[in-house]
Design a binder for this molecule. Structure first.
Ligand code: NAI
Length: 385
């Protein structure tokens, strides 16, 4: 009876404007797909985004009579995810270990009304189907953008300065300055460009400005506000092809959607300046994994770094794990963790709670957190439509 009350209230026209009514605040089934933290999560309670620490939500949710199911088991028809989604009202998942909500999953999820991304980036959800099914997609916008921007700057520096092979040499017990210095440069004086100049892209531009680059450029169909562009002195470029042909360092900071999947492919890589560096902490599938590995191997790219992979966890034989440039370096890949520092986890756990609280109380969500409203797009960041 309670569930039908939810459906009735959500189908009323007044709730179609991002005003949510849960039809009461008791008795919902909330499913969270999070990553397993193991001993680390037992020893470090601030690892909130793990199965063990459950975003810190269990006692709060249960005290209100909600059912809270948390698991990392998400692959295959018999997984906890696939079984429990069938009658879940709310799905919470993170981009670090995403429960992929495909059209088939939507078809099974008869009660699903809200998907909450604990973090930023909701491409693991088929957003067009979410619109058709009138399932809202909410994320904790801004929660980890500074964490990622810092990681991007670190990646630029470690590639340009050839840090990883230099450190590996020290661990091996060797000492050969020329061997690492022969491929080490300064960030100063380079042309640095971002594909996507939203919250993260803009923060990257702000953070690299003090390195005294030759020029900062960006490509985005949504221009930076005039004041923001002026403050960082960034020139807007009309096409992605032009951008990559002018940059020494390219960083990808746009969401994954139909217009960016495979954007950086063999054709586009040929248009990069020979020996450019590429940093991608946005989403793995924006780059063609084999084309990137080939470009690094040939030296067309001098380096590639980031933390995002086209499927996560990345398979052991993923070409980005061990790819190298002709001098044996140029790989700065790590697991997906740039946006899940302990500081970020505190912010996205608190933000998830705030989204749920608003939903339970029938209050309007923060507009910036709404990716898909009821039956419609609410963001302009997922492609020109
Ligand atoms: P945002 O929404 O503030 O900015 C995204 C920008 O990309 C927008 O200005 C949009 O117009 C632009 N854009 C979209 N399609 C484009 C295209 N085809 N070409 C150029 N620009 C395009 O998003 P925010 O917060 O900056 O995050 C960006 C992405 O970074 C997220 O969608 C997510 O995929 C990724 N991310 C990764 C994290 C990590 O831990 N590695 C953590 C947080 C976000």
């Amino acid at each position: 009876m309670f569930r039908s009350a939810i459906r009735t209230s959500l189908s009323k026209p007044q709730v179609a404007s991002q005003r949510f009514s849960s039809g009461g605040s008791r008795g919902l089934k909330i499913l969270a797909i999070l990553y397993r933290g193991g001993d680390a999560a037992k020893q470090e309670p601030r690892l909130l985004g793990t199965v063990e620490n459950e975003l810190g939500l269990r006692s709060w949710l249960e005290s209100q009579g909600h059912e809270y199911i948390v698991s990392d088991d998400k692959e295959g028809p018999n997984s906890v995810f696939q079984k429990q989604i069938q009658d879940a009202d709310i799905l919470i998942t993170t981009p670090f270990h995403p429960g992929y909500v495909t059209p088939e999953v939507f078809n099974k999820a008869k009660n699903l009304k809200v998907c909450v991304t604990a973090g930023v980036g909701s491409d693991h959800i088929n957003l067009n189907t979410a619109i058709d099914k009138k399932v809202q997609v909410l994320e904790v916008t801004g929660s980890n953008v500074t964490s990622v921007a810092e990681h991007v700057v670190m990646n630029m520096l470690l590639l340009v300065r050839n840090f990883v092979p230099a450190h590996e040499m020290i661990e091996r017990g060797d000492w050969d300055v020329s061997q690492v210095a022969r491929n080490a440069f300064d960030l100063e004086g380079k042309v640095i460009g971002t594909i996507g100049a939203g919250r993260i892209g803009h923060r990257v531009l702000q953070r690299v400005l003090p390195f005294n680059p030759k020029e900062l450029v960006y490509y985005d169909y949504n221009p930076l506000p005039e004041e923001a562009a002026k403050a960082v002195g960034a020139r807007r470029i009309d096409t992605v092809e032009e951008l990559v042909s002018q940059c020494d360092v390219v960083t990808v900071n746009c969401p994954l959607h139909e217009g960016t999947r495979g954007l950086i492919n063999a054709d586009l890589l040929k248009k990069f300046k020979p020996g450019a560096w590429l940093v991608n902490t946005a989403r793995g599938a924006i780059c063609d994994k084999f084309a990137v590995a080939d470009a690094l191997k040939s030296g067309q790219l001098r380096g590639y770094a980031g933390d995002v992979w086209d499927v996560q966890p990345a398979p052991k034989d993923h070409p980005w794990r061990a790819m190298k440039n002709p001098l044996g370096g140029g790989n700065g890949m790590v697991p997906h963790y740039s946006g899940t520092t302990l500081d970020a986890q505190q912010r996205y756990a608190a933000g998830t709670k705030s989204i749920l609280e608003k939903y339970f109380q029938g209050k309007e969500q923060e507009p910036a957190n709404v990716i898909v409203g009821i039956g419609k797009w609410a963001t302009k960041a997922y492609g020109q439509r």
